[in-house]
Every structure is written in structure tokens, then in C-alpha cells.
Design a protein around this ligand. Sequence first.
Ligand code: GLA
Length: 728
Amino acid sequence: MRKILVSIAALLLLGGAVSAQELLTTGKTSLVLEAKKGKAPKILHYGSLLTPDEAASLKDAGWKSQNAYPAYGLAGTEECALAVTHADGNMTLDLRVEGVERKAWEGGEILSILTKDAHYPFTVKINYKSYKDQDMISTWTEITNREKKTVVLTKYLSGVLPVRVGDVWISSLYGTWANEGRVCTEKLTRGYKVIKNIDGARNSHTSHSEVMISLDGKPQESQGRVIGAALCWGGNYELVFKTNDDDFHHFLAGICPENAQYYLESKETFTTPELAFTYSEEGLGGASRNFHRWGRKYKMMHGDRERKVLLNSWEGVYFDINEEGMAQMMDDIASMGGELFVMDDGWFGDKYPRTKDTSSLGDWVVDRKKLPNGIGWLVRTAADKGIKFGIWIEPEYTNSVSELYEKHPDWVLKAENRDLVYGRGGTQLVLDMSNPEVQDFVFKVVDDLMTENPDIDYIKWDANMNIRAHGSQYLKRQSHLGVAYMRGLAAVCDRVRAKYPDLTIQACASGGGRANWGILPWFDEFWVSDNTDALQRIYMQWGTSYFFPAIAMASHISATPNHTVHRTTSLKYRIDVAMSGRLGMEIQPKNMTEEEKDLCRKAIAQYKQIRPIVQFGDQYRLISPYDGLGMASMMYVSPEKDKAVYYWWKIANFYDEHFPRVRMNGLDPEAVYTIKELNCIDVKPLAIEGKSFTGRFLMEEGLEIPYVNKPAAGRSDWSSRVLYLEKK
Ligand code: GLA
């Protein structure tokens, strides 16, 4: 009898321990939660991989857990993730654990903590999903109103993460049009740090919805513990660090609650977007590589498919589209070894032909004056030249000067009793994506093009205006606009992808306005910036690579003087920078000399060889342009570590300069690699050409790279090198 009682007690104890503490792991990381029935759910640890015993001993080590999803009303000044007003006017929530569910999915596990308010029939399911092989854990919530009447959500963030105070720094991305993805590094101090975006339709121009949190002092590329966070959402967001009077920086992220109260009807569930975390002990670079691998595998379209080398017509001809010009550009890119030609803006409009940016969006019919034989002729002409054809659209927008607007003035965003608020060209307007009729229209733009021209291979889907007028002529609840816009866009993208799974689609938004993990699940890549200046691109692509892989970053060789910054750089320099992303060209080839075309031809051929390494390899950033050393350097290494591509760019030019010798990273220390320079323009080969070195030597000592290019003619102050390394 005594024996039985003892084992029941043991079982109860065991049961208690198991239900109270939940451990979710990936290959190298773990999350420890507390889910005690009847209590608020807590987070105890996110970071290195702990064994169950270690996790169980955290309390013995003096660790204190923090609220996993703090709700407003009964928690004093704690920054909340969720705030509601019940139908009776009560503004509090008291969420308590009801149970825990765990289920496996192909890439890991989903752990859900079911919580319910102590008084109201209002539930929140807090989900954590592990991506085992990529060391990512994401969180999101499902908020359900089981009350009889509507509950207003005044804040509905995706999740929180307490970060222990120490010497914690954050790196975030900021910018503007033509200067996207710039890195901002700062120490977290007391008070609030808020990163947010209220653009409405796009969200990565001014700042990004991702952040790196370095736990061991000033961020380093290959050392130190780093937590990376990315909110997977294409709309308005808020990332908040609150550091007040305790031992934690409280990090919270989700949809920006400002002017966005959500009326949750009875029985309705609101699902917040995924907030993805990674943890690495290999510095910023380790965290970035986790994001890249995860993104390619789970969060972008065709992350395992090589991208084609293309020519885009925009900077070459702008709106000056005609058949002869398009055919010439196709000829040129085909002759240089390119695989795709993309006709940008200016091809459409009947009653209002698109000759500049002041009209025609929405009238997606070919301008027969410019292109008498239609799109079909262009697709066939491209095919005759052995390349594919792509086309530009901006389907979520119209101009007041358009047939679409004349027919459907009620389809644009406009506040009642207010005038229209225009964007680009003084006439651009945002279509109301919350309206199902508009969604049908936007889907039809793609569907018509593809039905008539099934061989279109690529679409550049642009979005050149933010939401300037808060007003839907369709929605009953105006505060739903931000969420409804994104849901409408998602619904259209789902339909497009269901019908056209193979199509390549670029997300462009006045350049890099749609570089985020909320959009990429439907898109293959994004346009990093309208600024194609190679020097500024080094800074922008560097920052963007914190969270996004090279395969997602469209990077084009353009003309000089550059059309945005008017800088003149050498063609080799422009090639060497563009080749570090998804290579393309955006130039009028007929203005290039034969010698220039030849250099591009060789570069394209060499890019095709290194393409799998750039597009699927692991990136190692070596010397940052932000460190002010006058040069920048990084590399990609194949997953097998048998091949690598190394980039060296000079970013300032003064006489008598002395740069660091760069130590490589990511190679196999035991392997021996042979060096071959790509895009070589020098009269003499490099002294290291064809020589072999151990991975250990390259990583611990490094090569001497001559500081200047020495071609036979046309010396320039813009020097750069690209080296290909192959295991012997
Ligand atoms: C935006 C894009 C550009 C180009 C133009 C066309 O600015 O970012 O790349 O497509 O629109 O109008």
C-alpha cells in the first residue's frame, strides 16, 4: 500500500514537472517555457541548447521567468503584447494556462500553450514552432473571442522575448528610397527603443522589421552570442525594446497597433503573424546564415531554384518602349549570355498611354502604338533569341488619369469627406485591397497576362506608393485597413501561386520597400534599391544580407555616371558588386562599347559557374564597409565547403593607403584550395593566381590582395577583386 502511494506521489511530482516546464529545441538552441495550469505562461530561457536536466535546474541557478504573452490591465506597467476592451467596457485580461499541445511537423515541432481568461470566455493560443535544422524558433498567437459580443483588440503583437540585461547591442536596418538596408548599431540603454513602420502597403524603406540582438557587447561578425528576430509581415509593424526597472530588456514585436483597433467578432479568431527567432554563438554571421538557410527552405518562393541572369529595361530606356528597342535589348542580353529580358514600366495604356508616371496604372492593356504586335510577339521574339521574357506590373495601384479609375472611383483608398491624396506623378492612388472586387481585379491582371502569354517567365510586381489616405470605401471598420490590405494582398498572392507555381515574381516597391519575410513566401526575390550605384549598393546589400540571402537580392550592373548618385565607377567594379547578389543588368547595351560588352559576357559566363555558391552557399561577411577601413570584403562557401567565392571591394581611394590583410572564413581548414581570379582586367595575373593554400592558412593568415587594378588602359580609382576558390 505504502509502495503504491509513493509511486502515485512520484507520478504526480513527475506529471507536475512535465506539465509546468516545456522544452523546445533545435539542433543548437532551446526555448524553455513554463506552462503551469491556472497560471500565466512564462519564458525562462531562449538561447543555447540545454538538456532537460539543465533546463530543470534553471530555477536552482536563480533564473527568473518572465511573462510569455503579457496582457494589459492587471500587470502594472509591464509592456503588454495584447490589450483588449471587452463588450462591457472592461479593459483587462487575465490569461491563464489551460493546457499544452505538442505536435510534430516535417521540420520540427509546434508547441502550443492554450490560455484562457480567468473570467471572460476569451482564449489565446500561444504557438512556438521549431525549425530544427535551421536553428529557428518562431512564435505567433491565435486570439479567439468566445464572448457573445464584439471585443476590440487595441494591441495584438505576435510575441515577446525577455533578453537578460548585460552589454546588449542591437543592429537594425534603416533607410529611405535609394538608400535602403543601412545598418544601425547601438547599445541598448534604459528606456524605450522603438522600430516601426506605418507605410501601410510596403514596410522596409524607412526601417526593417528584423533586428539582431548581440548579447556579448559590440556586435562581431563571427563571435559572440546573437539573437536574430524577424517579424514575417508585409505591413505596418512595431518592434519595441523596453528596459526599465528590472534585469531584462523586454522585446516585443508585431503588427503596429497605432490606429488599428481590431473588432474581433464573437467566435472570430485573429491569428498574428509569425515572429521568427534564431540564436547563434557565431556572431552576426552565424545568425544571418540561419536566416538565409531557413528563408531559402521555408520562407521564400523557389529558394532552391537558380535565378536567371536578366536585363531589365528600366534604366536603359525608361518609358521609351517600342518593339525595335525591346528586340535590340533582347539581342544584346542574349549575346552576352543572359537568360531573361524584363520589359519594365511604359508598355501599357490605351486611352491613356503610359508615357510618364502620371497616368495609366490599372489599364493593363498593351499600348498598340508602342507595341503593335502585343506581348505575344515579345515573348516569341525572346524565345527566338533563346531567352525568356518578363514583364513589369504594379497591380495594386491606379492613377486618377486611367480608365480603371474612371470606371471604379470607389476602388481607391479615400477617406470620406476628404479629397483624394495622390502619390507618384501627382496622380497615383492605392487600390483598396480589402475589397474582394479589387482582389479579383488584381488577380485578373496576372491571370490575363499569363493566360494570353503562358510563356511569360517573370513578373516584376511593383508597389510605388504608401497608404496616404486612411480611408476604405469598402470597409465598415476603418481601423481594419492595415490588416485588411495585407490579408487582401495575401489572398491574391495565394491565388496567383496556386495557378502559376513556376512563375518567377520579383517584389519591388520603389526599390527595397518589400524586403521582408512576410512577402517572400510568394515572391522569388526583391529589388534591393532603385539606387544601382555600386558603392552605395555595397552598404545596402551588406545590411540587407543580415537577414536575407543573396538569392533574394536583385543586383544589377548599370550605366555610369549612375542615374541616382551620378558617380562614375569602373565597369569591373559594377560587375564585381552586382555579382555578389542575383546578377542582372539594367543598362542600355547599345551604348556600351564592344569591349564593355565583352567584359560583361565573360562575367555572366563566370557568374553561371559560381551561381550555385552565391545563391545556395553560406555567406561569411569579413570586413564591413561600415567599419571605415576603406575596403569591404565577404565570401560565399558551398555547403560542402569545396568551393567558395571571395569578394574584395575598395570603398575609398587615397594615395598611400594600407588595408588589412583579410582572413577568410567558413572554409575547411584541412582542405587545400586553388585560387582563380574572376573578371580579371589586369595586364598581369595576380601573384596568387593558380596557387593553392590550405583552408587553415586562408582563414588564419590570408592573402595579399593588390590594392589597385592595373588594366592596359582606362585605369580607375575603383578597384575590386573576385576570387574563385576550388578544393584540390
Ligand atoms: C519603381 C521601381 C523601378 C521601376 C519604376 C518604373 O520606381 O522601383 O525599378 O520599375 O518603378 O516606374
